[in-house]
Ligand binder design. Sequence first.
Ligand SMILES: [Mg+2]
Length: 400
Amino acid sequence: MDRIILHSDCNNFFASVECVSKPEYKNVPLAVSGDREARHGIILAKNEIAKSYGVKTAEPIWQAKQKCPNLVTVPPHHELYEEYSEKINKIYVDYTDQVEKFSVDESWLYVTGSTKLFGDGKTIADTIRERVKRELGISVSIGVSFNKVFAKLGSDYKKPDATTVISRENYKDILYPMPVSAMIFAGRKTCEALLKCNIKTIGDLANADSGLLAKKLGKQAEMLVRYARGEDDEPVGHFYDKREIKSIGKGMTFSRNLLGRDDIAKGVMTLSDNIAHQMREKNIKCNTVTVHIKDTDLKTIARQKTLESPTYLTKDIYKVAMEIIEENWKSDEPIRMITVTGSNFQDAEFGGQVNLFDLDFNDEKREKLELAIDKLRDRYGKGSITSANVINNDIGIDYE
Ligand SMILES: [Mg+2]
């Protein structure tokens, strides 16, 4: 028997949560936007009213306001979204314990064994949609299919508040005319490269020679072809698997106080490398990075940042941790201890939200590199590979 998998995606999630938690936002065009001060202040989510003005996710705030002068913009409240996410996933768990969170507002549900109790896949999807709407005021779109990728494409197919069944009988009719950019993990650069190979639709992708494509575009292309053909047998994870780990952190009291950016960079690189390695071992990516800084009076400050997309790469964690420190610490003030912590984890299998923030080939290469480094370290010891700037340091970083 075929598997039955749902992919449930909350519609306009951030904006929906803002609107249900604050009634005054209910009937106004509203968008959740990134840091307005920052250069890249962009729209992260918008409600249906804002959408009707043509406001788009990922466009700059100024551009959105040109289309919709009355647009209310609010900063993201990630903790609130996590709370709602938790409540929504708890509803899912009533129908199966195999719930795998893909991101704060998307989950896969493996319901093959649940049909005797709750009806077929579509019935379960409709029941869940009704419940989430009634109990939390949030609408969801759900795809029902025999694999995870098609279930995900199904949830994207019709929004808001809809169930789409992608079956063995209809998948070619529904999915194959869709542009290749609709395929999960086909980021902007990947799509550009595919277009150059005359692959415009998901159907073209399914019919492509995957060996040839892999030669041109790398291994990722092979995976995309398999996905387009419906050959995805990835299992749905269990709800509680990754959730037990709340955070992974590493702190270090240095052999002398750190002073200046170069010193700090060495320390932060080592700590980032340590926690990123642990995350890769566990195959999880963090969405939040926290830095604790202890000064010479042993006073500690803690600051955190939510990432634009989840990561387990050293360079990403390093970059954010350095940003946090640069924004919150004068580099001429001595530092006694730094701790870098990753939290707010998700399964790494599917790479996270790639629709907004492209998984480009550079990232793919970087990921391969860091995974290769892990293997070498497993074999030859941690000291076998170290950042150039950390070798021969005098701040007490010691690789055994
Ligand atoms: Mg969504």
